[in-house]
Ligand binder design. Structure first.
Ligand SMILES: Cc1ncc(COP(=O)(O)O)c(C=O)c1O
Length: 401
């Protein structure tokens, strides 16, 4: 007999660590739509937090996973597999870094790799090890990436923090400069802070960082885990500006839901690593790489980046029109289809609930920011539907406040 929703929630309460709070049980997805266990349909503007960027069960990615699953799922990294070098080449070329790639399984693991890269480089360059990060940044939940994450709440109960991370104001170049010490090896930033509240870095900040890092002989490292893979309308969000980082991480949408992470560093640093100096059992398996290759193929064949640019413009116009009507909206910001609508800490939970009741799935970020992450192949009609729901939810919330 098939279990009921109640049974499954009971199992969850009994057997799953209570690290998440959740309400609905999703069973099936297609494109921008999800269905719960009762068959209710939702418009998904969360994409698994910028993971299923091509929509749920994208036909090309699903076919690639199916085909590869019948051919070869896993071999250890002690052997070549046909897709890993292919994918590394695609990442190196599409990013413009023409660098070297290491494959892991998650965003945190990718960022751990960047941190290890900074230390390995720093040890050969005057014994430097420390990394400058920004307020409101989020880099992951492992001990090292947690120490690189600004929010104290996430670190609570896990002391002592791993040493070697300092925090400065985001978008403040002089603050970064003032924080540099003899131990500083690198600066690590998100081009658009996702979890921290959808805060885009300014061009001046990023270009200034590049110059500062060159002058002071530091590595510039970028976390592209949430803002990469087409989310902002470029393969990687630093490509909006005219500079290259020394290294960057990616994960989330790399496999469109197939778990995967990677980091890429400039080729000149490749010799810092040698056989055995870093590793990951599941990193870059044939199955994961087949999925990611299908993602890159779809981004190109379906002109997804162009769609992001067009739909982003339209979405921002619609949201700014809502901002004119509803004083509750304090700010509308973001880049591409990484979109934040600031409504304040008092209103955010009510607004999300009102959207959910109308079957629009949304996220929150930072302090009181509604985060909207539609699939990158979203249509104008879907944006219209989301905006109509948001308008009706805002009407409710404005009445209540
Ligand atoms: C910018 C950024 N970096 C790192 C991570 C951690 O990724 P993961 O949860 O795959 O470890 C996240 C997750 O939300 C993220 O948004």
């Amino acid at each position: 007999m098939k279990e009921t929703f109640k049974d499954l929630v009971h199992y969850d309460r009994e057997y799953v660590l209570p690290t998440y709070s959740r309400e609905i049980l999703l069973e099936r997805g297609q494109g921008s739509r999800l269905w719960d266990i009762y068959g209710n349909e939702y418009l998904d503007f969360t994409t698994g937090i910028s993971v299923c960027n091509l929509g749920h069960c994208h036909p090309g990615v699903t076919a690639a996973i199916r085909e590869q699953a019948g051919k070869l799922v896993h071999v250890s990294n002690l052997f070549y597999n046909e897709h890993q070098p292919r994918l590394a080449k695609v990442i190196a070329e599409r990013s413009g870094l023409n660098g070297k790639v290491f494959f892991g399984n998650s965003g945190a693991e990718a960022n751990e790799g960047l941190i290890k890269f900074a230390r390995r480089w720093g040890h050969q360059n005057g014994g430097k090890y420390s990394i400058i990060c920004c307020n409101h940044c989020f880099h992951g939940r492992t001990l090292a990436t947690l120490a690189a994450t600004a929010k104290l709440k996430y670190r609570e109960g896990y002391a002592p923090d791993m040493a070697g991370f300092t925090f400065v104001e985001f978008n403040n170049l002089s603050a970064v400069e003032a924080a540099i010490t003899a131990e500083t090896a690198a600066v690590l930033v998100e081009v658009v802070q996702g979890e921290g509240g959808v805060n885009p870095a300014t061009a001046d900040f990023l270009l200034g960082l590049r110059q500062l890092c060159d002058e002071r002989k530091l590595l510039l490292l970028l976390d592209e885990v949430q803002c990469g893979m087409g989310r902002t309308g470029k393969y990687f969000s630093f490509q909006h500006y005219d500079f290259l980082p020394d290294g960057f991480s990616m994960a989330k949408a790399l496999g469109n839901g197939f778990p995967m992470g990677a980091f890429c560093i400039q080729a000149q640093y490749g010799s810092l690593f040698s056989s055995g100096s870093h590793g990951s059992t599941f990193g870059g398996t044939p199955l994961a790489c087949a999925a990611a290759l299908a993602v890159f193929a779809a981004l190109e064949e379906e002109q997804i980046l162009e769609n992001v640019q067009v739909q982003s413009k339209y979405f921002f116009q619609r949201l700014r029109a809502l901002q004119q009507r509803f004083p509750l909206i304090k700010d509308v910001r973001g880049l591409g289809l990484l979109v934040g609508v600031e409504v304040g800490t008092e209103a955010i939970a009510g607004l999300q609930k009102a959207c959910l009741q109308r079957r629009l799935l949304t996220l929150s970020a930072g302090e009181g920011v509604l985060r909207l992450l539609p699939p990158l192949n979203v249509t104008q009609a879907e944006i219209d539907r989301a905006c109509a729901i948001l308008q009706s939810a805002l009407e409710d919330c404005s009445k209540a406040s």
